[in-house]
Each structure stands twice: as C-alpha cells, then as structure tokens.
Design a binder for this molecule. Structure first.
Ligand SMILES: Nc1nc2c(ncn2[C@@H]2O[C@H](COP(=O)(O)OP(=O)(O)OP(=O)(O)O)[C@@H](O)[C@H]2O)c(=O)[nH]1
Length: 214
C-alpha cells in the first residue's frame, strides 16, 4: 500500500542518557511501554503518520543516544531537523542541568528555525521528583521552548508532545516563516500536497513535472 501524506517532517529526540527517549518513541509508535529498554547505540529510527490541523504529516523520527561517547555520531543526524523533543527526567536534576548544552547543539547543528518542545519525562514518578514544574516552565519560557511533562510509562502527553510540535511547524509553514522548499528545512511535501500543487500549476502553465524541484 502506498503511503500518502501532505508533509514529511524530520524530527529528533535528544537529551541525556536514561531520560526515556527510546521509551517515548516506542510509546508514540506502538502505544506500549517498552520494558527493559537498553541504552541506544548511536541512533534509532521510527516513523508515524499523524493527522494535525487537517493535514496528514509523516514524522520521520531519529532517537539519539544520550551517552557522551556517541555524541559525534548523534550530532551528525541533527542537520536539517524541523522539530525536536528535548528530554530531561523530572527525577534527575542532572538531566535538567544538561538541557542548555543540548539546546545549544540543537540550535547550532540542526536548522536555526528548529521547533523545540522540552519534555519533562517520568511524570509518573512524582514522589521522586527533583525538578518542579514551575522551575522547568521558567527555563522553557526563558529559552523560547514549548514545554510538557510526560510519562512514557502511562502514555500521558506522549502523543500531545509530537502533535504540539508538529502543529507549530505547520503554523510556521502557513505564515511563511518556514519554507518547505528550502534545502535543509527538514520538511518535504508528500504525495497529497504534490498532487494539489501539480493541479494548481497545471492550471497555470508549469505542468506536473514541477514536483521534481522539491
Ligand atoms: N517510571 C518511568 N520510567 C521510565 C519512563 N520512561 C523511561 N523509563 C525508564 O527509564 C530507563 C531509560 O529509558 P530509555 O528510554 O532507554 O532512555 P534513553 O533516554 O533512550 O537512554 P539512552 O538511549 O541511553 O540515551 C528505562 O529503565 C525505562 O524503563 C517513564 O515515563 N516512567
């Protein structure tokens, strides 16, 4: 069966080791908690088509290893990402303190217009919390990030995190702030959008083969 969608977005999931990045991706794609999750070696990949703002969007998601020893490998996947989930663990102040460094990497190595949503994961472990919601909200505001607390274990806010980030990217496409035709935007038109574009251009003059420019 061929897949049809309006847009394809390249997404990253970044943050310190053990914060739950792989579990977040697994919960999002499989709707299940990944028991016995091991450290990611380099990068792992997942994809899913979601419906957002009346459009179908294919998310191409790169789950990166948080361990320092893989940093040079994971950094090479940043380029041209349209969106990112920047993950810390609410029970680990250390993972929260590391956010600034992850953020600097994302903004310098991916697209400068990358849309980032900060995720405080392991919300189900509230009794062991080391970072308050208020403190994290302030950090998010100061650094122009969207913010949600999630639980990859219960599934709380996992879908919402990807939807919220995608919705913001779509809104930026609509206002012209993001241009899907710019190389390195991390966005591509899918079949649906191409067909619509082609119908429009056939009516003007360019003909259907203009799709090859994207
Ligand atoms: N209680 C709870 N545990 C979680 C949650 N998410 C992940 N974990 C646990 O946290 C540990 C690390 O999860 P991973 O998803 O492997 O972490 P990661 O960020 O991908 O780690 P690296 O691949 O090393 O970067 C595992 O033992 C998970 O079971 C959550 O939402 N709640």
């Amino acid at each position: 069966m061929s897949e049809t969608y309006d847009f394809l977005f390249k997404f990253l999931v970044i943050g310190s080791a053990g914060t739950g990045k792989s579990c977040i991706l697994h919960q999002f794609i499989e709707n299940k908690f990944k028991q016995d999750s091991n450290h990611t070696i380099g990068v792992e990949f997942g994809s899913k088509i979601i419906s957002v703002g009346g459009k179908s969007v294919k998310l191409q998601i790169w789950d990166t290893a948080g361990q320092e020893r893989f940093r040079s490998v994971t950094r090479s996947y940043y380029r041209g990402a349209a969106g990112a989930l920047l993950v810390y663990d609410i029970t680990s102040r250390e993972s929260f303190n590391a956010l600034s460094a992850w953020l600097t990497d994302a903004r310098s190595l991916a697209s400068p217009n990358i849309v980032i949503l900060m995720v405080g994961n392991k919300k189900d472990l509230d009794a062991e919390r080391e970072v308050t919601f208020l403190e994290a909200s302030r950090f998010a505001q100061e650094n122009e990030l969207m913010f949600l607390e999630t639980s990859a274990m219960t599934g709380e806010h996992i879908e919402e995190a990807f939807l919220k980030c995608s919705n913001t990217i779509l809104a930026k496409i609509e206002t012209g702030e993001l241009d899907p035709e710019r190389i390195g935007s991390g966005i591509q038109y899918g079949d649906h959008a191409l067909r619509r574009l082609n119908r429009g251009s056939a009516r003007t003059s360019a003909g259907p083969d203009c799709a090859c420019k994207i």
